[in-house]
Design a protein around this ligand. Structure first.
Ligand code: AMP
Ligand code: MG
Length: 334
């Protein structure tokens, strides 16, 4: 989902604003391409001239994060430190620290099912999606040797730093950066006086205060097994975040096997289990990381273990999984 829309296609799409009168406040919606997807801001406002300033600031913040956290941009902070930090500590930004620290904590709690050092393996599968050719076993083995969250050391003894154990490592924050960017966009909107807002980045949405006169933002939860049907459930959310991971958009189908863009580090392959996970948590950085992690856990240890991870993280979730040709749905109270 990190790269579902090609930057070239998006080049001509700039800020698009539309308004709908609602009660005293106006609903304002704005779209802008960032992080290889379309970001959407919705807010309610009595003073539209100020809203435009707030929206600009929020999108600028997301663009700043893209410059730090992208694995696509060769000169991103992430890509630069992956080279510079081999064998010794190098300073990193607070943003990169926040995302890497959350990632390493999730890696610890999932025994490496969630692992942002899988960059070399993820890139092999990205190529496979493009070419339709499976990566060789030796290629996967070599890429796996250059991966492993224990080879990444993230510290903050007053100033944040990272170190990598071996050359050729590549970090990939595609499973967590959009959730953090949604959180940060929302924070900027609140700081500018617009708490009744949401920031959405494809499968990751962060919600602020509820819209005027409502208990929350109506949010449809789609289901992986019925992508063309209407939403299976509508939640009213505020001051929370929701993320969905699945293979409905990004997958490779090779020799009759469907490989997800989410990699199982135990096999070095894209998930071959059909699974979709939706997580509701306090913040996007949590829901985004967890929905990806729970997808891997569902393949490794089954759907109950995936739900258990979500529960232990003070979050709620839905896991939909295909077993023996049948779709099964597991849910923690949501
Ligand atoms: P999401 O759409 O949030 O589930 O994130 C999927 C993206 O996360 C993939 O496109 C990869 O960039 C990255 N990714 C794939 N497998 C893993 C994994 N096991 N741990 C962490 N990130 C992963
Ligand atoms: Mg994710």
């Amino acid at each position: 989902m990190w790269n579902t829309i090609k930057p070239a296609v998006l080049a001509g799409v700039l800020l698009c604003l539309c308004r709908t009168a609602l009660l005293a406040a106006e609903r304002i919606e704005a779209l802008e391409p960032h992080m290889g997807t379309m970001f959407r801001i919705v807010l309610y406002d009595d003073d539209p001239s100020q809203a435009h300033i707030a929206i600009r600031a929020a999108f600028d913040r997301v663009a700043e994060l893209d410059g730090e956290l992208s694995d696509y941009k060769p000169d991103s902070e992430l890509n630069r430190v992956a080279v510079a930090a081999v064998g010794h500590d190098v300073p990193i930004s607070n943003d990169l620290y926040t995302v890497l620290a959350a990632s390493q904590s999730l890696a610890d709690r999932t025994n490496g099912a969630f692992d942002v050092t899988l960059g070399p393996v993820i890139r092999l599968w990205r190529t496979a999606r493009r070419t339709g050719v499976l990566p060789g076993g030796d290629e996967i083995a070599a890429a796996s040797l250059r991966s492993g969250y224990r080879k990444l050391h993230v510290r903050n003894d007053g100033a944040p730093e990272i170190r990598l154990d071996i050359p050729g490592m590549q970090l990939d924050l595609g499973a967590i950066a959009k959730g953090y960017a949604a959180d940060e966009g929302l924070r900027v909107l609140r700081e500018h006086g617009f708490p009744q807002a949401l920031v959405a980045a494809s499968g990751d949405i962060a919600f602020g205060d509820a819209p005027p006169g409502q208990v929350g933002w109506d949010t449809g939860v789609d289901s992986i097994n019925a992508p063309n049907e209407s939403f299976t459930q509508v939640l009213q959310l505020h001051n929370a975040a929701i993320s969905t991971s699945g293979d409905t958009e990004q997958f490779a189908e090779i020799d009759g096997v469907r490989y997800s863009h989410i990699v199982n580090p135990e096999t070095g392959k894209g998930l071959t289990t059909r699974v979709g996970v939706t997580v509701v948590a306090a913040r996007g950085i949590i829901s985004d990381g967890l929905s990806t992690a729970a997808s891997v856990i569902a393949e490794q240890h089954g759907p109950e273990a995936a739900l258990e991870l979500i529960r232990q993280s003070a979050a709620r979730g839905i896991v939909v999984i295909q077993t023996d040709g049948k779709w099964l749905r597991y849910e923690s109270p949501i």
